[in-house]
Design a binder for this molecule. Sequence first.
Ligand SMILES: Nc1ncnc2c1ncn2[C@@H]1O[C@H](COP(=O)(O)OP(=O)(O)OP(=O)(O)O)[C@@H](O)[C@H]1O
Length: 341
Amino acid sequence: MSYVEIRELTKKFDTTTVFENINLDVDEGKICVLVGPSGCGKTTLLRAVAGLTHPDSGVIRLDQRDVTKVEAKNRGVGMVFQHYALFPNMTVEQNLAFGLEQKKLPRPEIRKKVDGVIELMGLGPRAKARPAALSGGQKQRVALARALVLEPKLLLLDEPLSALDAQIRKRLRDELKRLQHDVGFTAIFVTHDQEEALMLGDQVAIMQAGRFVQIGAPAEIYNRPANLAVANFVGDFNIFDPATVERLFGVAAQTSSWAVRPEAIDISPADRKASANGGAVETEVTVMAVQILGAMVRHYTRAQDVMIKVDLLNKPDQRLFQIGEKARISIARNAIAEMNE
Ligand SMILES: Nc1ncnc2c1ncn2[C@@H]1O[C@H](COP(=O)(O)OP(=O)(O)OP(=O)(O)O)[C@@H](O)[C@H]1O
């Protein structure tokens, strides 16, 4: 069931419309990742859900309660930002206890909750430290713990991992997924990072210029991007416009471009006879460069004047192609996503 329901929400600043009549549903216990280019309105939407900015029209419901006009502190929403905003003069424990003290909870209960979240987040060894003595990753873990200790039904995370280095970022991302599983919160998470979006999101909502262009499960966004901008966000695609499709593959009368993942293309030696797979399209290529990407080996190939990226799994027995070698590529019809601008 939807925990968050955003209906026909509009927000303007003076003459600028940030978003207009947007709709979004987030199911209980799920993470919705919001992605989109800088300035498209992600933070403003989070702030509206938190109650930190007021929409011009539309409705926000949390757990079926209309909170559009409810004050931020009465929404039961926790927020974590890119920059941690911890109290510098307080220890980790004191930072974690602060919100509970504001709520005037009894001391023993505060102690119990703070100890619980310290344990949950593995902050035990740093409980008595002040923020200045913590690493970036530890600070962000405290910021997350500080939001979690208040047991929000909804957690809003605005690029919480963006300031961290890649390794810590990955670790915290995994932890967040585990926490979601253990604690069961509902979250809206803003990021610019496609890997983070696909890995963390139960649902990914792609925003462009104040509207959602696609909302779907990560696999759907990855395999069936709604337009070229989404395709570009979710990583590597080979894009063939209709004229190129006709020239390379002999398939005429296309109105949309074709987008094909590098790993969805088969490559075989040129002397191998054409595939019997009637559903596939094929063309001759020359291998221009080969690059080991880790689990994948990227082949940059050229067909006439068109560069085509082809990825093979980097298995020990994988036959790699040589630079200058002629080869044949084959694309199954169901690996082709047709899309417009
Ligand atoms: N308080 C404000 N007053 C006027 N305009 C604002 C205000 N806050 C945001 N905006 C404008 O609203 C638009 C959306 O901003 P927002 O911060 O929501 O974008 P974003 O998608 O979160 O961007 P980023 O990814 O860079 O954080 C921008 O054009 C921004 O300049």
